[in-house]
Write a protein that binds this ligand. Sequence first.
Ligand SMILES: Cc1cc2nc3c(=O)[nH]c(=O)nc-3n(C[C@H](O)[C@H](O)[C@H](O)COP(=O)(O)O)c2cc1C
Ligand code: SF4
Ligand code: SF4
Length: 274
Amino acid sequence: MSKLAINSQRCTRCGLCATACPLGIIRLPEGEQPRYVADGATRCIICGHCVAVCPSAAVEIEDARLDPAVYETGEAEIAPERLAAYLRMRRSVRNYLDTPVDRDTIERLLDIVRYAPTSGNSQSIRWLVIHNTGEVRRLTGLAVDWMRTVMVSDAPINAYFNFEGIIRSWDKGNDPVCRKAPHLVVAYGHRESLVAGTDAIIALAHLEIAAPSFGLGTCWAGFFQMAAARWEPLQRALDLPADHLPVHAMMLGYPLLRYQRPPKRNPLTVAWRS
Ligand SMILES: Cc1cc2nc3c(=O)[nH]c(=O)nc-3n(C[C@H](O)[C@H](O)[C@H](O)COP(=O)(O)O)c2cc1C
Ligand code: SF4
Ligand code: SF4
């Protein structure tokens, strides 16, 4: 249950909070301050649009679920050219330094990712950080074990991936699965959730985009995730809370290579309907 708290000294009754509310649950009775519609307190998705839009800083949403931390607006604007340059220089990182990333840095990164959009503002994504590099290797070994069982089966997935080559490389001491990344970040959600899958992917995409600003590199751990979604020994080792499943995993660490220029991409394909 949420509370829409209005500072009557500050409120000018401009109505912007009501306009911004995605659920239309704020009304502005004649001569009165904004308030929830009858069932507003239970329907409010605590998205904070009313708080964010108010020119007079006259609204607060009070809800036990919310982190009390308040952030300054800061320098939130960025020129398109600068953003484009930043995004074009992001690369999937498959060569990592051994240098570990301290927990504080990873926590700052994940803290930013809380601001990724989530369906209905569910904010249901939870994180597991495999910080211990030895544990990343052990879990990766379990993912390779899954490949060993798939490879000798007639599973159709064998037609798409060269598991034999991956296993051979792993057995020689290489790591084509998690690229010897020092850390692995797993986004997970409730198995019954209709939205956790999409929301976790968006959150990981935010993490991937934010990471280079910390000097960090990431890569989607697709092979690892294939195993994590199917292989019970790996799921047991991940030891997620009951009824939760990994949505996707991402390698994380300091990049060994420094990329000098953006690569080429296919031309933009867009259909316009007007
Ligand atoms: C997968 C997904 C689906 C969404 N679908 C809708 C939608 O149908 N209508 C809508 O108004 N907002 C939709 N949203 C936006 C969320 O409600 C919004 O991200 C959330 O309330 C947090 O607000 P913010 O994005 O402004 O931080 C969607 C978001 C995601 C990630
Ligand atoms: S946006 Fe702020 S000032 Fe405007 S009506 Fe809402 S609370 Fe009042
Ligand atoms: S927090 Fe979001 S849903 Fe709740 S009243 Fe404000 S704008 Fe509406």
